[in-house]
Design a protein around this ligand. Structure first.
Ligand code: ATP
Ligand code: MG
Length: 137
């Protein structure tokens, strides 16, 4: 089975939405196999989102990701990477399909409640950034 890295972002943890978001993941057949609540520094968020460092919103994105606690988690299931992105919905909540996390909860294209890995190689890299082997059963 496949695994993916998910982050419940500060806009969502602030509004106490972790349980409601996790319910959408579980209802879609994704299993939460690891999970912890942490607070990133802007520098740590910058490393995580390094792929976007030339984009105009990079500084704003790093500051936002460090603005409050995040819940980082590993989701497991058949086709977990694609399934998670389906449950998340489009990056911009205005474009997100009804019932998705971003349609129901995101505040804007930047403060959009969740992150999900976009491919097998980035999933492996992102899981290793937040979790040690000992934390993964
Ligand atoms: P994520 O990588 O967080 O799962 P995504 O893959 O849907 O989201 P990306 O294009 O990888 O979208 O952008 C990464 C993140 O950068 C977005 O989730 C959002 O928080 C932020 N972002 C993207 N586009 C914009 C924008 N135009 N203005 C502000 N922030 C943006
Ligand atoms: Mg992305």
């Amino acid at each position: 089975v496949e695994r993916t890295l998910s982050i419940i972002k500060p806009d969502a943890t602030k509004r106490n939405l972790t349980g409601k978001i996790n319910a959408k993941f579980e209802d879609a057949g994704l299993r939460i196999v690891a999970q912890k609540r942490i607070q990133l520094t802007p520098a740590q968020a910058g490393v995580f989102y390094e792929v976007h460092k030339e984009r105009p919103f990079y500084g704003e994105l790093c500051d936002f990701m460090a603005s409050g606690p995040v819940v980082v988690q590993v989701l497991e299931g058949e086709g977990a990477i694609a399934k998670n992105r389906e449950v998340m919905g489009a990056t911009n909540p205005a474009d997100a399909a009804p019932g998705t996390v971003r349609a129901d909860f995101a505040e804007s294209v930047g403060e959009n409640s969740v992150h999900g890995s976009d491919a097998a190689d980035t999933a492996a890299q992102e899981i290793a950034y937040f979790f040690s082997g000992l934390e993964l059963v």
